[in-house]
Design a protein around this ligand. Sequence first.
Ligand code: FAD
Length: 230
Amino acid sequence: MEKTVLIVYAHQSPKSFNCAVKDAAVKAFADQGCKVLVSDLYAMNFRAVATADDVKGKLKTPEHFRYNEETALAWKEGRLSDDIVEEQRKVQQADLVIFQFPLYWFNVPAIMKGWIDRVLTQGFAYSLQNLYDNGFFKNKKAILSFTTGGMESMYLPDGLNGDINVALWPLQSGVLRFCGFQVLAPQIFWSPAHAPNEARVALLEAWKARLGGLLDEKPLSFAPTELFDL
Ligand code: FAD
């Protein structure tokens, strides 16, 4: 069956290394016969802030606005703003979601954090019964693919910045795994701006080689949910 890949992409420039990485993924998956969806967040001028504007119609408790409660209800009643609904439709179709971004302050850029905050609505992406191993997205895969300014040696456990895996825990476990995604090992492009062109070309070639088998990769392992009292 035809697979669908969604690339949530955050870079301002089509000349960037991130854009080249994104384009390589678009081509690789199109060549594999996949349907490829791209959410180019800056080009879409995607709104990053979670506010009452995300809900159509009357708020339940306007005197004390609670984003979580209001958007969960709006999701149930089909009253979320059109841009959120459009992104949720893409997620629903996707077998694999790739988050493509430059690392900003050990995290995703604000525009991508806004996508996470606004699109992964309670009820759609998780519920109190549907978390981690029981998450709604347990049949989908997700991967963080990103570039850094710092070198790999700076992100080792004894490096200046500390272990990159610590920085990635909130995203890989707190967001992706929380919603049930099978999380693939991150694709990290260390410091492309400070590498010679041949090294950048080699990084892209290695990515293209990985893309060939990405949909079939075994995900990272996390502690099984059944070990914890909920
Ligand atoms: P670019 O500068 O766009 O590209 C790098 C080079 O690749 C350029 O020379 C470009 O011409 C070339 N290139 C483009 N396409 C190709 C191609 N097809 N083949 C070969 N070469 C190509 N870094 C950290 O490590 N940790 C942080 O916490 C962090 N926080 C940041 C916070 C902010 C607000 C900002 C602005 C930056 C931060 N950075 C951080 C740095 C940031 O992560 C890097 O600047 C970014 O990852 C570089 O990726 P890029 O795509 O923007 O590179």
